[in-house]
Design a protein around this ligand. Sequence first.
Ligand code: FSO
Ligand code: SF4
Length: 542
Amino acid sequence: MQMFCFQCEETSKGRGCTQQGICGKHSSTAQLQDLLVYMLKGLAVVIQSGGPQVRTDPELGRFIAESLFMTVTNVNFDDARLTERLQEIIERRESLKSKLGQGSDLDAVNWCGDPGQSLSKGALVGILAETDEDIRSLRELLVYGLKGLAAYTDHAAILGFEDPEIYGFMIDALAATLTESAPNRLLDWVFRCGERGVAAMALLDKAHTSTFGHPEITRINQQVGTNPGILISGHDLKDLEELLEQTQGTGIDVYTHGEMLPAHAYPAFKQYPHLVGNYGHAWWQQDKEFAAFNGPILVTTNCLIPVEDSYRDRIFTTGQVGWPGVPHIPDRPKGGSKDFSPVIARARTCPPPTPLDQGELVAGFAHAQILALADQVLAAVQSGAVRRLIVMGGCDGRHKQRAYYTEVAQCLPRDTLILTAGCAKYRFNGLDLGTVAGIPRLLDAGQCNDAYSLAYVALKLKETLGVADLNDLPISYDIAWYEQKAVIVLLALLHLGVKGIRLGPTLPAFLSPKVAGFLRERFDLKPIDNPETDIQAMLAGA
Ligand code: FSO
Ligand code: SF4
């Protein structure tokens, strides 16, 4: 075994990647990421010893969030950047230790090997270092929740929105993964992580809507123009804004890809006529679609898949994303903007994109817009015109079983509404699902983090309909997951008290039978079955 990773849904054989990641991660990268997480735990212990002020220091909090984000699936494959980050963690830890005059016997607080020893150390301190499968399961569930939390926290911080308590929690929880081994206490940390997940998603929602306005119902063009284009992928709306500013008047068009699609619905982006449309589908098809795009591609967050030769000379990364040998646009200087001129210069040399799709997509059903339709939705629910709302959010992926989600969307009766968020929508947003009671049957709230919007709508419906329990609403949850942001969304929903969630296409490999059994018993969390059986069950409220 050269590595062990089971943090995403596509893990090898549903058990764990042991030679190389299905995602393309080499064993060296996996070992560096394992060591990075381990060293962050040690840094967290040192930070804690500095008391409340150090614990909620935003500069340290941002550093921890960014570092965790680098280890999320499909973010950073660049061993040189990971090694550099490891050195930074050690330097910060050592300087804090001497400043605070605090030490500890823990290895993660003291290990100072040189970079040549990182791989062997990473192999020693990885996931399997814990031999009890239930403790390992709970610990990893918490770490993956924290990775998702870190990603959303980082996005909000980039827009200037921060909550020191979220940073403080991240530090306490990371430290707890080293110092806690009682299952009930670890479980408690997991649930508290879900609570912080709600706070982080709310913060990011506030960051997005107060910076770019509230999403509005928007028709999004899928056709290509005749100018050279830049394709921007990932979730970072600040990067999109700066790219649009820097490409104004250059004769270069900008297209969104993957999770950048919902950007079209924000009022702030409508002022840029050269933001012409969306190109392509979910992340896993990027090898073919990036090749066909012909122009430069800017990847701002996950999901990045192994870079193909056909577009290697015109792909750029930024933020926490990295691929060896691919040019990286550095972070913005304090108070300034990122410099996308290398991307723009590359675009000038490229032909326009090859057409891929025709027609339009509709998005922009975040909470403000759905609540603007609230009277209509409520009346339709109360009159029985709408029988049930089905939340089908989350992630897309390569596995054939994900055709389940297309089939469910196609086969759900016409008196149901589908609420979605995240890249899972690419399984059904091209279908003509029509309207019910004048309401479009597919309501797309936005990115995976906009699952917050869906939870917000559910809470508002509960209040308006005067039902005692969220689970008494005519809403079913049929969630698709792939990586660790989906883990924090799941923990957030559990924290809100949502029961009966269907999770697919497979349950996480990191849930031990006992932990999965516990979640089933307490929250009725279950795997998906076949579309017909699940549709019948959801319509019956099960
Ligand atoms: Fe998808 Fe990838 Fe948004 Fe994830 S593009 S899979 S949950 O990174 O973040 O929904
Ligand atoms: Fe395997 Fe997923 Fe880990 Fe990649 S992130 S190594 S595919 S489990």
